[in-house]
Write a protein that binds this ligand. Structure first.
Ligand SMILES: [Zn+2]
Length: 146
């Protein structure tokens, strides 16, 4: 799967943007400290909204790393994609491998309504908080033999 690039700066959601977002592609870097400020990140489980090419809007309650100082949310790409595979393997295996983009977050009650299946795409967008921006970081350099 390849995470898509956001087209321009158009906002999808009706709610104010929150959090900076980094989809971490490095399986050997878990960012227990913040790549921006160096502070310790906390674990935060929250509903991510994912747009998949089909198109589908998906609401996934996912544990992320979070730096409260930088308002930086980090989701590990491998974990995220494992969740996506789990969701689609039985239902719609043809979706696996499609482009996707994590578009923002919703509040927990909204996610719970979505889980019960009584949330329309429009309601999801009405409740969606886009990310303030997408960031990228390199993992800290590792020690190596001279
Ligand atoms: Zn930070």
């Amino acid at each position: 799967m390849s995470p898509g690039k956001r087209q321009g700066k158009t906002r999808l959601g009706k709610q104010p943007p929150r959090h900076y977002f980094f989809l971490n592609p490095y399986q050997d870097a878990r960012f227990t400290s913040c790549p921006n400020c160096g502070g310790k990140t906390k674990q935060r489980k929250l509903p991510l909204v994912i747009h998949l090419e089909a198109p589908v809007l998906l609401n996934l309650n996912k544990t992320c790393r979070y730096c409260p100082f930088c308002d930086l949310l980090i989701a590990h790409q491998d974990e995220l994609e494992a969740h996506l595979v789990g969701i689609f393997l039985e239902r719609e295996p043809e979706m696996i491998g499609n482009d996707y983009l994590v578009v923002g977050t919703v509040d927990r009650p909204v996610w719970q309504r979505g889980n019960r299946g009584d949330l329309s795409v429009q309601e999801m967008l009405d409740n969606l908080h886009d990310f303030k921006d997408y960031l990228r970081f390199e993992p800290a350099p590792r020690w190596a033999p001279p």
